[in-house]
Design a protein around this ligand. Sequence first.
Ligand code: BGC
Length: 767
Amino acid sequence: MKDHFAKYISEDKWLLKENKWNKKMQSSRESQFALGNGFIGSRGILEEVPFDARPGTYIAGLYDKTGAQVTELVNLPNPINLRITAGGERLGAGTMDIMEHERVLDMKHGLLTRRTIYQNSHKKRFDYQSMRFVSMRNKHIIAMRVYITPLDEQASFTVGNLLDLSVTNVGFLTEGNKKHFRIEDVSQFDTGEYLAVRTLEKDILVAYGKSMIIEKGSSNRFARHVTTQIKLKKNQTACVTTIFSIFTSYDKNAKKIKPVVKGFLKKSANMGFERILHEHVVSWEKLWQASEIRIKGAPKDEKALHFNLYHLLICGREANGESSIGAKTLSGEGYRGHIFWDAAIFILPFFLYNRPKVAKNMLLYRYNRLDAARRIAESRGFKGAMFPWESADTGEETTPAWAKNFDGSLIHIRTHEMEHHITADVAYAVYHYYVATQDIRFMLKHGFEVIFETARFWASRVEYNSKLKKYEIKHVIGPDEFHEDVDNNAYTNCMARFNLLVGYGMHQKMKRRYPMEYKRLSKKIGLKNSEVVEWKKIVPKIVLNVKRNGLIEQFDGYFRKKKVELKNLKRHPIPPIPKSIKLKDIGKTQLVKQADVVMLLYLLSDNFDLKTKEKNFYYYLKRTVHKSSLSAAVHAAMAVEIGDIDAAYKYFEVAANMDLTLLYGNTSDGMHAASLGVTWQAVIHGFAGIKILNETLSINPRLPDGWKEVSFCLKWQGYNLKIAINHTRLRLQFYSKRRDSLKIKVYNALSRIEANKPYSFIRKRGG
Ligand code: BGC
């Protein structure tokens, strides 16, 4: 039997395969095989939607609250809903026997293909092949092609694809499933069908168009009815091509949306599947040209990285700042599509150095919600802007009051009351965006304002302790959420310092270099010089408890907590919580949920010396259970810095394979977005040693033994850099239309390199 899609499929290093039918794996596969283009996210369900499948169709930034504890990403009608009967029996997993089965996600081109041989109750076999994609070129298109062939005798088929309105959002806790839309319009065009739904709370219109073409031999026709009959001889093949389009009243005027969909559908049908596919493939090639990481000598690692980067690429969006990237991307409903610090700290750097426009969109998302952040600060008695711990469309706080703990018990959530570091995390991201892009227009219109308002928040958040002559930040939760309501969490305090200091520095810069814009902004937000001078004075007086041996206390009183040291970390890098400790008592121990002090050392690396890093890394490693997926890769990056390449590689491996090995058991809820992003960081900031020191790009790599060479591209201050690193040498070139030069630090030595010339640097012995 001909493999209809073989010609489109890339070489093996780009393929994620499911080689045999495994019903139990399907809900995880739906996340792993998700497709998307930053605007639409579509779970990788089987096209016939078996009864236990969890279809998910999400649009970035489209949330609704009806019936839910808090606002959530809406699960919209599912366009992929193929109904085929063969000889009167329904074709599909669960309704016929599966004789052979293979699904392949081609990560290079964002194509999901499938081949299944079914057998009905009369032992007659049917070959089913499908391919679908969410167009990377045209954000509004989903396309699908299916080939069906009776293998044993002639058969009649019915084929239909009703847009599936039965989908709901999964219910959390006691909520039950929720539907967030009502039907507004179902009608027919001559080239297809139209369906419009409206969300219940916000009244957002989402309009679908669908056109299906059936080809048999040399004839083809539009399927004008709900189901179409096809008769096929033995070994004769029919091809069913469906093109869907999705628009919302966010991107089009609601009144004009129906004619827009109609025209669009007609145009797409005229263009044809092959051309839509070709344009999609070309767009993917461009994306990978900028973001691929090649690793010679470690094909498994390279493939795992492709997988992580693929999932980042399908949720990156260059737009007007009305959406960002949620903790589970657009591949599932975990964390209800909410935006956390994950976006600013873990996910954004990948885009910053590969697709800066996506990073900008993520920051614009925060800027556009600055008023909401100001209201949050005010309601809590603070000044400036305080970002919510969990954010959705409006920028208000959307953290649910209750959630399930790891053991299934209910816990009261307090992160929104106390996990205040998010505000500094956003400022950190804005600052790094500026350093890496030099996008001064963004800063003048948006960035400076975010940095000033967040610095202002910290100046009002700190409390002066006249006895200590120090500023304290009390009643917080740090990244380690096992310990709630603590004082002087080292991470929070140091990030607040950073925010205040950058606030001061940026203020000086803006005032001096852009006096007109500064005048306008300071008037708008009522910023006074004296206030900014105060920021600088606060910084050195913010508490940071460091013991004489260099050990940083995670928060006041941490060292007095019950000592628990985890054993056997070489064999079990992600150790379980010791059985002797009950979850409800974990806050009484020194066990840490995820990188906290280590996170601080990683993000503010140049503030700490090597000895401090080493000391704290090993101390906290023995106490960290990595109950958040984002912890492992941070440890990988930090381990490289202290020269423990074996540990670094171990944590990198765990992180890169997290959603492939289903390590956390909840990949079915969606991909772990922060882990995807920080895995990239473990390679680029970790092994490749790319750091920003004093706003200069510095490269000091340390590769794992098994990697012969790692090569990649980076965008830095408007230039494209190409870098290849092996154990002894680093090759580098940057491109410019002008005769530019760049200051760069390689193997700790400062150089100036010129555009469009290849450079090669040799690592000194012992260097
Ligand atoms: C982690 C947070 C993270 C959130 C969403 C939690 O388990 O502790 O740091 O922001 O998950 O990924």
